[in-house]
Design a protein around this ligand. Structure first.
Ligand code: HSE
Length: 428
Protein backbone atom coordinates (compact mmCIF):
# COMPACT_ATOMS: atom_id res chain seq x y z
CA UNK A 1 0.00 0.00 0.00
CA UNK A 2 1.22 3.54 -0.82
CA UNK A 3 1.99 6.33 1.63
CA UNK A 4 -0.98 7.78 3.47
CA UNK A 5 -2.79 10.81 2.07
CA UNK A 6 -2.64 13.35 4.88
CA UNK A 7 -5.52 15.79 5.38
CA UNK A 8 -5.70 19.11 7.18
CA UNK A 9 -9.31 20.07 7.87
CA UNK A 10 -10.17 23.75 8.27
CA UNK A 11 -13.70 24.22 9.57
CA UNK A 12 -15.40 21.81 11.95
CA UNK A 13 -19.07 22.60 11.57
CA UNK A 14 -21.61 20.00 10.55
CA UNK A 15 -19.78 19.01 7.38
CA UNK A 16 -16.30 19.03 8.94
CA UNK A 17 -17.50 16.77 11.75
CA UNK A 18 -19.07 14.49 9.14
CA UNK A 19 -15.77 14.21 7.26
CA UNK A 20 -13.91 13.37 10.48
CA UNK A 21 -16.47 10.63 11.18
CA UNK A 22 -16.06 9.06 7.73
CA UNK A 23 -12.25 9.10 7.93
CA UNK A 24 -12.35 7.51 11.42
CA UNK A 25 -15.13 5.00 10.89
CA UNK A 26 -14.41 3.86 7.33
CA UNK A 27 -10.61 3.80 7.33
CA UNK A 28 -10.40 0.30 5.85
CA UNK A 29 -12.95 0.95 3.15
CA UNK A 30 -11.23 4.17 2.09
CA UNK A 31 -7.80 2.52 2.02
CA UNK A 32 -8.88 -0.55 0.10
CA UNK A 33 -10.81 1.51 -2.47
CA UNK A 34 -7.98 3.97 -3.11
CA UNK A 35 -4.93 1.84 -2.33
CA UNK A 36 -3.81 4.46 0.22
CA UNK A 37 -4.65 5.08 3.86
CA UNK A 38 -6.39 8.43 4.33
CA UNK A 39 -5.43 10.18 7.56
CA UNK A 40 -6.22 13.45 9.28
CA UNK A 41 -3.12 15.09 10.72
CA UNK A 42 -4.40 18.48 11.85
CA UNK A 43 -7.61 20.44 12.25
CA UNK A 44 -8.58 24.08 12.67
CA UNK A 45 -11.75 25.87 13.73
CA UNK A 46 -12.81 29.01 15.56
CA UNK A 47 -13.76 27.36 18.84
CA UNK A 48 -11.51 24.66 20.23
CA UNK A 49 -13.73 23.80 23.21
CA UNK A 50 -16.98 23.05 21.41
CA UNK A 51 -18.21 19.43 21.61
CA UNK A 52 -18.68 18.28 18.01
CA UNK A 53 -19.49 14.67 18.83
CA UNK A 54 -16.23 13.43 17.28
CA UNK A 55 -12.85 12.65 18.78
CA UNK A 56 -10.36 15.32 17.75
CA UNK A 57 -7.62 14.73 20.32
CA UNK A 58 -5.69 12.50 17.90
CA UNK A 59 -5.04 15.47 15.62
CA UNK A 60 -2.92 18.57 16.00
CA UNK A 61 -5.00 21.65 16.66
CA UNK A 62 -3.99 24.73 14.65
CA UNK A 63 -5.68 28.04 15.40
CA UNK A 64 -4.70 29.69 12.13
CA UNK A 65 -6.13 27.97 9.01
CA UNK A 66 -3.40 29.52 6.84
CA UNK A 67 -0.75 27.92 9.05
CA UNK A 68 -2.65 24.62 8.74
CA UNK A 69 -2.66 24.96 4.95
CA UNK A 70 1.11 25.47 4.86
CA UNK A 71 2.11 22.55 7.11
CA UNK A 72 4.64 20.19 5.54
CA UNK A 73 2.72 17.16 6.74
CA UNK A 74 -0.56 18.23 5.07
CA UNK A 75 -1.05 16.92 1.52
CA UNK A 76 -4.65 18.11 1.08
CA UNK A 77 -6.39 21.10 2.64
CA UNK A 78 -10.07 20.32 3.20
CA UNK A 79 -11.63 23.78 3.39
CA UNK A 80 -15.01 23.74 5.12
CA UNK A 81 -15.10 27.18 6.71
CA UNK A 82 -17.26 28.92 4.12
CA UNK A 83 -17.41 32.60 3.14
CA UNK A 84 -16.29 33.96 -0.19
CA UNK A 85 -13.23 35.76 1.20
CA UNK A 86 -11.47 35.96 4.56
CA UNK A 87 -9.85 32.88 6.11
CA UNK A 88 -11.32 30.42 3.58
CA UNK A 89 -9.77 32.18 0.61
CA UNK A 90 -6.52 32.93 2.43
CA UNK A 91 -6.07 29.28 3.44
CA UNK A 92 -7.02 28.00 -0.02
CA UNK A 93 -4.54 30.34 -1.69
CA UNK A 94 -1.80 29.40 0.80
CA UNK A 95 -2.35 25.69 0.19
CA UNK A 96 -2.40 26.00 -3.61
CA UNK A 97 0.64 28.29 -3.64
CA UNK A 98 2.47 25.61 -1.64
CA UNK A 99 1.49 23.00 -4.25
CA UNK A 100 -1.05 21.27 -2.00
CA UNK A 101 -4.37 20.01 -3.27
CA UNK A 102 -7.58 21.57 -1.95
CA UNK A 103 -11.04 20.09 -1.53
CA UNK A 104 -13.72 22.62 -0.66
CA UNK A 105 -17.48 22.89 -0.20
CA UNK A 106 -17.33 26.66 -0.64
CA UNK A 107 -19.62 27.73 -3.49
CA UNK A 108 -19.41 31.44 -2.69
CA UNK A 109 -15.61 31.48 -2.81
CA UNK A 110 -15.53 29.65 -6.14
CA UNK A 111 -18.37 31.70 -7.64
CA UNK A 112 -16.42 34.89 -6.91
CA UNK A 113 -12.81 33.73 -7.29
CA UNK A 114 -13.03 30.44 -9.20
CA UNK A 115 -10.98 31.51 -12.20
CA UNK A 116 -8.14 32.94 -10.12
CA UNK A 117 -8.06 29.90 -7.81
CA UNK A 118 -8.19 27.41 -10.70
CA UNK A 119 -5.26 29.23 -12.33
CA UNK A 120 -3.32 29.24 -9.08
CA UNK A 121 -3.89 25.50 -8.72
CA UNK A 122 -2.57 24.85 -12.20
CA UNK A 123 0.45 27.10 -11.82
CA UNK A 124 1.44 25.01 -8.81
CA UNK A 125 0.54 21.55 -10.15
CA UNK A 126 -2.19 21.27 -7.54
CA UNK A 127 -5.83 20.31 -7.91
CA UNK A 128 -8.83 22.14 -6.55
CA UNK A 129 -12.04 20.11 -6.31
CA UNK A 130 -15.51 21.20 -5.15
CA UNK A 131 -18.11 18.45 -5.51
CA UNK A 132 -19.69 19.36 -2.16
CA UNK A 133 -20.26 22.97 -3.25
CA UNK A 134 -23.07 22.10 -5.66
CA UNK A 135 -26.20 20.12 -4.78
CA UNK A 136 -24.76 18.50 -1.63
CA UNK A 137 -24.54 14.74 -2.00
CA UNK A 138 -25.38 14.60 -5.72
CA UNK A 139 -22.18 13.88 -7.69
CA UNK A 140 -23.02 16.42 -10.37
CA UNK A 141 -19.54 17.91 -10.80
CA UNK A 142 -18.23 14.42 -11.47
CA UNK A 143 -21.07 13.75 -13.90
CA UNK A 144 -20.32 16.90 -15.90
CA UNK A 145 -16.50 16.78 -15.83
CA UNK A 146 -16.18 13.04 -16.38
CA UNK A 147 -19.15 10.93 -17.39
CA UNK A 148 -20.64 13.53 -19.75
CA UNK A 149 -17.40 15.07 -20.99
CA UNK A 150 -17.95 13.69 -24.51
CA UNK A 151 -21.13 15.75 -24.90
CA UNK A 152 -21.89 19.27 -26.01
CA UNK A 153 -24.10 20.41 -23.14
CA UNK A 154 -27.24 22.08 -24.44
CA UNK A 155 -28.91 22.99 -21.15
CA UNK A 156 -28.29 22.59 -17.42
CA UNK A 157 -31.20 23.07 -15.03
CA UNK A 158 -31.54 22.61 -11.34
CA UNK A 159 -33.43 23.08 -8.14
CA UNK A 160 -30.38 23.56 -5.97
CA UNK A 161 -31.58 25.30 -2.85
CA UNK A 162 -33.38 22.88 -0.58
CA UNK A 163 -34.59 25.62 1.75
CA UNK A 164 -36.47 27.41 -1.04
CA UNK A 165 -37.93 24.14 -2.26
CA UNK A 166 -39.02 23.35 1.29
CA UNK A 167 -40.73 26.76 1.64
CA UNK A 168 -42.52 26.46 -1.72
CA UNK A 169 -43.57 22.87 -0.99
CA UNK A 170 -44.97 23.82 2.42
CA UNK A 171 -46.89 26.73 0.92
CA UNK A 172 -48.47 24.31 -1.48
CA UNK A 173 -49.06 21.29 0.73
CA UNK A 174 -50.11 23.10 3.93
CA UNK A 175 -51.57 26.29 2.43
CA UNK A 176 -49.07 28.41 4.38
CA UNK A 177 -48.28 31.99 3.41
CA UNK A 178 -44.73 32.74 2.30
CA UNK A 179 -44.05 34.33 5.70
CA UNK A 180 -45.40 31.32 7.63
CA UNK A 181 -43.38 28.84 5.55
CA UNK A 182 -40.26 31.03 5.88
CA UNK A 183 -40.68 31.14 9.68
CA UNK A 184 -41.12 27.37 9.78
CA UNK A 185 -37.91 26.87 7.77
CA UNK A 186 -36.17 29.27 10.13
CA UNK A 187 -37.36 27.37 13.23
CA UNK A 188 -36.12 24.11 11.70
CA UNK A 189 -32.67 25.66 11.23
CA UNK A 190 -32.78 25.38 7.43
CA UNK A 191 -31.95 29.00 6.62
CA UNK A 192 -28.43 30.30 6.14
CA UNK A 193 -27.23 32.87 8.72
CA UNK A 194 -28.12 35.46 6.06
CA UNK A 195 -31.50 34.15 4.80
CA UNK A 196 -31.22 36.27 1.65
CA UNK A 197 -28.56 33.81 0.45
CA UNK A 198 -31.32 31.20 0.30
CA UNK A 199 -34.55 33.03 -0.52
CA UNK A 200 -32.88 35.66 -2.72
CA UNK A 201 -31.54 32.90 -4.99
CA UNK A 202 -27.88 33.80 -4.31
CA UNK A 203 -26.75 30.41 -2.93
CA UNK A 204 -28.39 28.61 -5.84
CA UNK A 205 -27.02 31.26 -8.23
CA UNK A 206 -23.48 30.49 -7.03
CA UNK A 207 -24.06 26.80 -7.78
CA UNK A 208 -25.49 27.50 -11.23
CA UNK A 209 -22.48 29.67 -12.17
CA UNK A 210 -20.14 26.78 -11.27
CA UNK A 211 -22.11 24.25 -13.31
CA UNK A 212 -22.26 26.64 -16.29
CA UNK A 213 -18.49 27.06 -16.26
CA UNK A 214 -17.95 23.32 -16.60
CA UNK A 215 -20.80 22.81 -19.05
CA UNK A 216 -19.72 25.56 -21.46
CA UNK A 217 -15.98 25.83 -20.83
CA UNK A 218 -16.35 29.43 -19.70
CA UNK A 219 -14.81 31.37 -16.85
CA UNK A 220 -17.11 31.41 -13.83
CA UNK A 221 -19.44 34.37 -14.38
CA UNK A 222 -21.58 34.75 -11.27
CA UNK A 223 -22.19 38.42 -12.08
CA UNK A 224 -23.95 37.24 -15.25
CA UNK A 225 -26.59 35.23 -13.35
CA UNK A 226 -30.03 36.86 -13.39
CA UNK A 227 -31.42 36.22 -9.91
CA UNK A 228 -34.92 36.64 -8.57
CA UNK A 229 -35.82 35.29 -5.15
CA UNK A 230 -38.96 33.49 -4.04
CA UNK A 231 -40.23 36.32 -1.82
CA UNK A 232 -42.64 37.57 -4.48
CA UNK A 233 -44.36 34.17 -4.84
CA UNK A 234 -47.69 34.13 -3.01
CA UNK A 235 -50.06 31.37 -2.07
CA UNK A 236 -52.33 32.71 -4.83
CA UNK A 237 -49.60 32.03 -7.41
CA UNK A 238 -49.09 28.53 -6.08
CA UNK A 239 -52.84 27.81 -6.28
CA UNK A 240 -53.29 29.32 -9.73
CA UNK A 241 -50.26 27.44 -11.04
CA UNK A 242 -51.58 24.17 -9.58
CA UNK A 243 -54.95 24.79 -11.20
CA UNK A 244 -53.22 24.99 -14.58
CA UNK A 245 -51.11 21.85 -13.96
CA UNK A 246 -47.89 23.55 -12.83
CA UNK A 247 -45.69 23.76 -9.73
CA UNK A 248 -43.56 26.78 -8.86
CA UNK A 249 -39.85 26.06 -8.32
CA UNK A 250 -36.78 28.24 -7.84
CA UNK A 251 -35.20 26.94 -11.01
CA UNK A 252 -31.71 27.60 -12.31
CA UNK A 253 -31.15 27.35 -16.04
CA UNK A 254 -27.88 27.82 -17.97
CA UNK A 255 -27.62 27.59 -21.73
CA UNK A 256 -25.29 28.89 -24.40
CA UNK A 257 -27.27 31.00 -26.87
CA UNK A 258 -26.32 32.72 -30.12
CA UNK A 259 -26.06 35.93 -28.05
CA UNK A 260 -23.95 34.52 -25.22
CA UNK A 261 -24.27 32.59 -21.97
CA UNK A 262 -27.71 32.80 -20.41
CA UNK A 263 -27.78 32.02 -16.68
CA UNK A 264 -30.88 32.59 -14.61
CA UNK A 265 -32.06 31.59 -11.15
CA UNK A 266 -35.70 32.57 -10.93
CA UNK A 267 -39.03 31.18 -9.71
CA UNK A 268 -40.55 29.34 -12.68
CA UNK A 269 -43.63 27.28 -13.43
CA UNK A 270 -42.83 23.70 -14.44
CA UNK A 271 -45.31 20.94 -15.32
CA UNK A 272 -46.38 19.16 -12.13
CA UNK A 273 -45.94 15.79 -13.82
CA UNK A 274 -42.27 16.46 -14.66
CA UNK A 275 -39.47 15.19 -12.38
CA UNK A 276 -38.73 18.83 -11.40
CA UNK A 277 -42.43 19.43 -10.68
CA UNK A 278 -42.54 16.41 -8.41
CA UNK A 279 -39.53 17.41 -6.33
CA UNK A 280 -40.69 17.86 -2.75
CA UNK A 281 -39.16 19.38 0.38
CA UNK A 282 -35.45 19.98 0.81
CA UNK A 283 -34.32 17.66 -1.96
CA UNK A 284 -32.24 18.92 -4.91
CA UNK A 285 -32.43 17.98 -8.58
CA UNK A 286 -30.10 18.71 -11.48
CA UNK A 287 -31.15 18.05 -15.07
CA UNK A 288 -28.44 17.96 -17.72
CA UNK A 289 -29.04 17.82 -21.45
CA UNK A 290 -26.26 16.74 -23.79
CA UNK A 291 -26.23 16.28 -27.54
CA UNK A 292 -25.31 12.61 -27.27
CA UNK A 293 -26.84 11.49 -23.99
CA UNK A 294 -30.15 13.37 -24.22
CA UNK A 295 -31.59 14.36 -20.85
CA UNK A 296 -30.42 12.94 -17.53
CA UNK A 297 -31.86 13.71 -14.11
CA UNK A 298 -29.92 13.56 -10.85
CA UNK A 299 -31.89 13.78 -7.62
CA UNK A 300 -30.76 13.67 -4.00
CA UNK A 301 -30.07 15.45 -0.74
CA UNK A 302 -28.66 18.93 -1.25
CA UNK A 303 -27.38 19.56 2.25
CA UNK A 304 -26.73 17.97 5.63
CA UNK A 305 -23.83 16.27 7.33
CA UNK A 306 -23.82 12.88 5.64
CA UNK A 307 -24.55 13.94 2.04
CA UNK A 308 -22.12 16.87 2.03
CA UNK A 309 -19.35 14.91 3.77
CA UNK A 310 -19.94 12.12 1.24
CA UNK A 311 -19.25 14.58 -1.60
CA UNK A 312 -16.12 15.90 0.12
CA UNK A 313 -14.80 12.37 0.53
CA UNK A 314 -15.47 11.57 -3.13
CA UNK A 315 -13.03 14.36 -4.04
CA UNK A 316 -10.49 13.29 -1.41
CA UNK A 317 -10.59 9.74 -2.70
CA UNK A 318 -10.07 10.87 -6.29
CA UNK A 319 -6.93 12.65 -5.14
CA UNK A 320 -5.81 9.54 -3.24
CA UNK A 321 -6.25 7.53 -6.45
CA UNK A 322 -4.18 10.04 -8.42
CA UNK A 323 -7.05 11.46 -10.48
CA UNK A 324 -6.08 15.04 -11.35
CA UNK A 325 -8.86 16.72 -13.28
CA UNK A 326 -8.74 20.51 -13.84
CA UNK A 327 -11.07 22.46 -11.56
CA UNK A 328 -13.65 23.31 -14.23
CA UNK A 329 -13.00 20.33 -16.49
CA UNK A 330 -10.43 21.94 -18.78
CA UNK A 331 -7.26 23.95 -18.17
CA UNK A 332 -8.00 27.29 -16.51
CA UNK A 333 -6.09 29.13 -19.26
CA UNK A 334 -8.42 27.58 -21.87
CA UNK A 335 -11.65 28.74 -20.20
CA UNK A 336 -13.17 31.49 -22.31
CA UNK A 337 -14.70 34.70 -21.01
CA UNK A 338 -18.46 34.36 -21.25
CA UNK A 339 -20.52 37.02 -22.97
CA UNK A 340 -23.56 37.41 -20.67
CA UNK A 341 -26.96 37.07 -22.38
CA UNK A 342 -29.74 38.10 -20.03
CA UNK A 343 -32.97 36.05 -20.26
CA UNK A 344 -32.88 35.95 -24.07
CA UNK A 345 -34.55 32.58 -24.62
CA UNK A 346 -38.29 33.14 -25.25
CA UNK A 347 -40.87 31.37 -23.09
CA UNK A 348 -44.53 31.62 -22.15
CA UNK A 349 -45.09 33.72 -19.04
CA UNK A 350 -47.59 33.65 -16.20
CA UNK A 351 -48.78 37.12 -15.18
CA UNK A 352 -50.88 37.84 -12.13
CA UNK A 353 -52.14 41.29 -11.22
CA UNK A 354 -54.98 43.19 -9.58
CA UNK A 355 -56.87 45.74 -11.65
CA UNK A 356 -59.22 48.52 -10.63
CA UNK A 357 -62.64 47.09 -11.45
CA UNK A 358 -63.81 49.74 -13.89
CA UNK A 359 -64.74 49.87 -17.59
CA UNK A 360 -61.85 49.47 -20.02
CA UNK A 361 -59.27 48.34 -17.43
CA UNK A 362 -58.73 44.91 -18.95
CA UNK A 363 -58.61 46.41 -22.44
CA UNK A 364 -55.72 48.66 -21.39
CA UNK A 365 -53.75 45.66 -20.12
CA UNK A 366 -54.46 43.70 -23.31
CA UNK A 367 -53.34 46.71 -25.36
CA UNK A 368 -50.06 46.99 -23.42
CA UNK A 369 -49.34 43.34 -24.17
CA UNK A 370 -50.38 43.64 -27.82
CA UNK A 371 -48.22 46.73 -28.38
CA UNK A 372 -45.20 44.84 -26.99
CA UNK A 373 -45.90 42.08 -29.53
CA UNK A 374 -47.14 39.65 -26.89
CA UNK A 375 -50.03 37.34 -27.63
CA UNK A 376 -52.33 36.11 -24.86
CA UNK A 377 -52.81 32.36 -24.60
CA UNK A 378 -55.09 32.09 -21.56
CA UNK A 379 -56.81 34.70 -19.40
CA UNK A 380 -58.96 34.56 -16.31
CA UNK A 381 -60.58 37.13 -14.03
CA UNK A 382 -61.68 35.33 -10.95
CA UNK A 383 -64.35 36.05 -8.32
CA UNK A 384 -63.87 39.05 -6.13
CA UNK A 385 -65.84 41.13 -3.72
CA UNK A 386 -63.53 44.14 -3.48
CA UNK A 387 -63.18 47.01 -5.97
CA UNK A 388 -60.06 45.43 -7.45
CA UNK A 389 -60.19 42.41 -9.72
CA UNK A 390 -57.62 39.59 -9.66
CA UNK A 391 -56.54 38.81 -13.21
CA UNK A 392 -54.39 35.99 -14.51
CA UNK A 393 -52.85 35.92 -17.97
CA UNK A 394 -50.72 33.25 -19.60
CA UNK A 395 -48.89 34.54 -22.66
CA UNK A 396 -47.64 32.75 -25.69
CA UNK A 397 -43.86 32.60 -26.00
CA UNK A 398 -42.21 35.96 -25.62
CA UNK A 399 -38.96 37.45 -24.40
CA UNK A 400 -38.42 38.90 -20.95
CA UNK A 401 -37.52 42.21 -22.59
CA UNK A 402 -40.87 42.42 -24.36
CA UNK A 403 -42.66 41.43 -21.17
CA UNK A 404 -40.84 44.12 -19.17
CA UNK A 405 -41.82 46.66 -21.82
CA UNK A 406 -45.45 45.58 -21.52
CA UNK A 407 -45.36 45.73 -17.71
CA UNK A 408 -43.81 49.18 -17.93
CA UNK A 409 -46.64 50.31 -20.21
CA UNK A 410 -49.26 48.74 -17.92
CA UNK A 411 -47.95 50.73 -14.98
CA UNK A 412 -48.71 53.99 -16.81
CA UNK A 413 -52.36 53.09 -17.46
CA UNK A 414 -53.55 53.86 -13.94
CA UNK A 415 -55.56 50.63 -13.76
CA UNK A 416 -53.09 48.44 -11.84
CA UNK A 417 -53.70 48.27 -8.11
CA UNK A 418 -50.54 46.21 -7.47
CA UNK A 419 -47.35 45.36 -9.33
CA UNK A 420 -47.87 42.37 -11.65
CA UNK A 421 -46.12 39.11 -10.71
CA UNK A 422 -44.42 37.65 -13.80
CA UNK A 423 -43.17 34.08 -13.73
CA UNK A 424 -41.58 32.22 -16.59
CA UNK A 425 -43.06 28.88 -17.66
CA UNK A 426 -40.05 26.65 -18.37
CA UNK A 427 -40.37 23.84 -20.87
CA UNK A 428 -38.68 20.94 -19.11
N1 HSE B 1 -28.73 26.56 2.11
C1 HSE B 1 -28.56 25.56 1.10
C2 HSE B 1 -29.89 24.92 0.81
C3 HSE B 1 -27.59 24.48 1.45
O1 HSE B 1 -30.88 25.23 1.46
O2 HSE B 1 -29.95 24.12 -0.10
C4 HSE B 1 -26.19 24.92 1.26
O3 HSE B 1 -25.94 25.34 -0.03
Amino acid sequence: MSDPLRLGIAGLGTVGAGVVKIVRQKANLLATRTGRPIEIVAVSARNRDKDRGVRLSDYDWVDDPVALAKRDDVDVLVELMGGSDGPAKAATEAALAAGKDVVTANKAMLAHHGQRLASLAEENDAVLRFEAAVAGGIPVIKALTEGLSGNEITRVMGVMNGTCNYILTRMESAGLSYREAFDEAHDLGYLEADPELDVGGIDAGHKLALLASIAYGTQVAFSGVTMEGIGKVSIDDIRQAADMGYKIKLLGVARMTGRGLEQRMTPCLVPQTSPLGQLEGGTNMVVIEGDMVGQITLRGPGAGEGPTASAVMGDVMDIARGLRIPTFGKPASALIEAQPAKMVTPAPYYLRMRLLDKPGALAKIATALGEAGISINRMRQYDHSSDTAPVLIVTHKTTRDALDRAIGAMSTTGVLSSDPVALRIEQV
